[in-house]
Design a protein around this ligand. Structure first.
Ligand code: ZN
Length: 189
């Protein structure tokens, strides 16, 4: 059985490209067997994508629709890259501070930022050179953990992060290409 969502998709495009349903209907219905794997919620947004990307009615209907579906999946992936995460409140990163005795009686406060190991919300915002960790695991290494209470709005994310990185002084060792205030094992237990 042909899904209603697919029929709507076809009807919208037939209308947009000024085609005659009597001419294309059979081909389009036939094509459904090759497109059944497309999730039903994709058909509606795929109309817009097809209108944006197709010069005209495609010669190879199934192949053209599959391309649009790939495009939709790619966009969906980007949007979904910010997910709920209870470890980092969805921010994709968190900070921690630790007092380290560098010389007898001299304590220095180290502040560091980690990528959240429980999600990928840091992706596209933070490089993989920043170490990943779980807040509880970092806490067990003696850090005071500082997690942002609420996820930042997406458009502010990178802005605030720039501030944060400046504040936490992420120096990268030019020779090793790794963060300078690392690794944790130098801090001792
Ligand atoms: Zn997370």
């Amino acid at each position: 059985m042909i899904a209603k969502e697919y029929k709507d998709f076809c009807a919208d495009l037939v209308r947009n490209f000024d085609k005659d349903w009597a001419k294309v209907g059979l081909k389009v219905d036939f094509g459904y067997q090759f497109l059944e794997h497309v999730p039903l919620n994709a058909w509606k947004p795929m109309v817009t994508l097809a209108v944006d990307h197709w010069e005209g009615w495609p010669r190879n209907w199934v192949r053209a629709v599959k391309e649009i579906y790939q495009l939709w999946k790619a966009q969906e992936h980007i949007e979904r890259s910010v997910t709920d995460c209870e470890k980092c409140n969805g921010n994709g990163f968190f900070s921690g501070t630790k007092m380290v005795e560098v010389k007898p009686g001299i304590f220095v406060s180290y502040r560091h930022t980690w990528r959240c190991a429980a999600c990928r919300n840091w992706f596209g915002v933070m490089g993989e050179k920043i170490p990943a960790g779980y807040p509880l695991e970092i806490k067990s290494q003696g850090f005071e953990i500082d997690i942002y209470q609420k996820p930042m709005p997406k458009d502010q994310h990178s802005f605030d992060l720039t501030q944060l990185v400046n504040m936490t002084d992420h120096r990268v060792n030019q020779k090793t290409d790794r963060p300078a205030i690392m690794p944790l094992r130098e801090f001792g237990d």
